[in-house]
Write a protein of this length. Structure first.
Length: 225
């Protein structure tokens, strides 16, 4: 089963998806894939729980920003539709062809757009993390991280929003700011893989990374254990 949430009102779309997730989850395992994950991660998520695996909820969060991932998901839509697992797609602005294919296979497609001319606010919610990261506000980043944990935001969701913020900053900046944003993109893309290699929980790896943002040495991340 497939449910799609999209639109330029990112906070609303994510909040509505999370509401649906709480209703659907039950005892299901939740797997979250973003475009910071690898193709192997995505293929594993799409392959099902296996003969002895339990039913799952799979969240595909912004994966269509990666062309290879988008093609893999689009090729798997019929299988996703027929799966006993529940799939959520969260995508801000899928192109017309992608939206048409999603609509064909989804149980529901819900779109939450901001009014014309209005930009996403730098307010509360999980996206406050992204704005703090983009602004280089280390103290606010830590505070917003703690607030996200207190709201029971999944570490994978926190990582996905930080990765989105770094990419957004990279696309909208130049010079030294673009260089910094590019470094953040690379570090955040590597973080979950590095955490798995070293046997760390993602929450712990994120905490160490957030505390280290702004230091000059790359060794500031979970390499120093």
């Amino acid at each position: 089963m497939l449910y799609v949430f999209s639109g330029t009102d990112r906070e609303k779309a994510r909040a509505e998806m999370n509401k649906a997730l709480r209703q659907a989850q039950g005892k299901r395992e939740v797997i979250r894939i973003t475009d910071a994950n690898s193709l192997d991660d995505l293929n594993a998520a799409l392959s099902g729980g296996g003969m002895f695996g339990g039913k799952r909820v799979v969240i595909l969060d912004g994966v269509f920003a990666n062309e290879e991932m988008r093609n893999v998901v689009l090729d798997a839509l019929q299988r996703i539709k027929e799966s006993e697992d529940i799939f959520f797609v969260l995508e801000e602005k899928p192109d017309a062809d992608t939206r048409k294919k999603l609509e064909k296979h989804a149980e529901t497609v819900k779109k939450y757009d901001l009014p014309a001319g209005r930009q996403a606010r730098e307010g509360g919610g999980i996206f406050a993390l992204a704005y703090a990261l983009k602004g280089g506000d280390k103290k606010r980043l830590w505070v917003e991280y703690q607030r996200a944990l207190s709201r029971d935001e999944a570490p994978e969701a926190i990582h996905g929003v930080l990765f989105w913020g770094a990419k957004d900053a990279y696309l909208k900046s130049s010079g030294n700011a673009r260089e910094r944003a590019g470094r953040l993109v690379a570090e955040l893309a590597e973080l979950p893989h590095e955490a798995r290699r070293r046997g760390f929980e993602l929450e712990y790896a994120l905490e160490r990374y957030i505390l280290s943002v702004g230091n000059t040495e790359r060794g500031r991340s979970i390499n120093k254990s």
